[in-house]
Ligand binder design. Structure first.
Ligand SMILES: [Zn+2]
Length: 393
């Protein structure tokens, strides 16, 4: 499909395309087709001396390797142009930082880490997909602790991970303010994975979650960590221990991958909104004006002028580009504001006194920006939602 004439055809589109891919992939090698999701790194957790979690005779390292290989084969079959890279293809131990290095060095467009879970309570079961962020519950922290603790098997982990102690809750403070450029894409894939698990593989959906995973922190592309089920639960252990079960899980992740790939390769409404090739927006006089004057009348706006001012908002985008926060640029949203960091501008919609109000608005905003999420501000500085809730007490 990639013929030598592609440069001819797409030259006029180069600017447009690079903007479309803005938040998707940054500096890539010159010969790489920027419009395509062309490299995926699949990371089966654990391996070798590290079995991961174990339930009966079923070991996490074996389950996740098989799912990973099945997933990779499906991708190769349907998308032969996609380069599938594995962090391991056999039963070997790979340090956590090396897994991220493999993804970064290969200029991956996507990183998928596959794991299985276990807890003391054998009745707990279901699937969950994590993106890098701040844990909202102790359970989520426990998953991150468990997965991160594999570094203890590495020589010199103290130096490699700059003193990070995977078992100490304090170590996880560093994840509180993590805002990564690829979070929206990561959440988009994570949502698709969980939907497929629920709707097609008929697995229990324990939802998309955030926590501080070292392996995700070190990758520089959209990335997710999938917990395919609990080996501590007999039914789920039997399912993941079976060829059929692993095939179903791989197929579900594949369908999510396929849909995600289509999403990032097509013009989304979001990308259209941020396209500066056509700086003059198509006028929408009646609709837009009407909306501007009347939209969201129920929103409680706080005036962020007082000291110690705490409010919630909805992050709709993070881009390298500074856009005017006019409704035309943001699907008619009238209450968008921007925070500029060194390399990134973040765009938020609304200022709300309570998390509940923000979450209510999030539902509406998600129809336009599916990967939007709630954030909190203190004195106009981003803080974690968890911290905001603590301060409200
Ligand atoms: Zn694991």
């Amino acid at each position: 499909m990639k013929t030598s004439c592609k440069k001819h055809i797409f030259l006029p589109l180069i600017l447009l395309l690079s903007i479309q891919q803005l938040s998707f992939k940054k500096a890539i090698t010159q010969d790489k087709d920027e419009r395509r999701l062309s490299v995926v790194v699949i990371d089966p957790g654990h391996g070798g001396k590290d079995p991961g979690t174990v339930g009966g005779k079923v070991q996490e390292k074996d389950v996740v390797l098989d799912i990973a290989l099945k997933l990779g084969n499906q991708i190769k079959n349907e998308f032969p142009e996609v380069n599938v890279v594995y962090t391991r293809k056999s039963d070997v131990f790979i340090p956590l930082h090396k897994r991220a290095d493999i993804a970064n060095k290969n200029n991956a467009d996507l990183f998928i880490s596959i794991h299985a879970n276990a807890v003391e309570q054998s009745y707990v079961y279901g699937t969950e997909t994590f993106v890098l962020g701040q844990h909202r519950s102790e359970d989520n922290l426990e998953v991150a602790k468990k997965e991160n603790s594999v570094i203890l098997l590495e020589d010199d982990y103290t130096n490699t991970y700059e003193g990070f102690d995977p078992n100490s809750s304090e170590s996880y403070i560093m994840f509180e303010l993590v805002q990564d450029e690829y979070k929206e894409q990561s959440i988009s894939l994570a949502n698709r994975v969980q939907n497929e698990f629920r709707e097609r593989a008929m697995r229990k959906d324990r939802s998309v979650k955030e926590a501080g995973f070292l392996v995700l922190r070190r990758t520089t592309m959209p990335s997710v960590l999938i917990e395919t089920g609990f080996l501590s639960n007999a039914t789920e252990r039997n399912y993941l221990g079976s060829e059929n079960g692993r095939q179903n899980m791989a197929a579900a992740i594949f369908r999510a991958f396929k849909a995600y790939k289509a999403e990032v390769e097509q013009k989304s409404s979001f990308h259209l909104a941020t396209n500066d090739v056509k700086p003059q927006p198509v006028p929408r006089p009646v609709e837009a004006t009407k909306k501007e004057n009347t939209s969201q009348p129920t929103v409680t706006e706080t005036k962020a002028t007082k000291a110690n001012d705490l409010f919630y908002s909805v992050q709709i985008a993070a881009l390298k580009k500074k856009l005017d926060t006019t409704p035309e640029n943001f699907e008619g949203l009238t209450n968008v504001f921007r925070e500029d960091a060194e390399k990134l501008s973040r765009y938020f919609s609304g200022k709300y006194k309570s998390l509940k109000e923000a979450e209510l608005q999030l539902e509406t905003i998600k129809k336009k920006y599916p990967s939007a999420f709630v954030v909190a501000f203190l004195n106009n500085q981003l803080i974690s939602v968890k911290m905001a809730l603590e301060l409200e007490k």
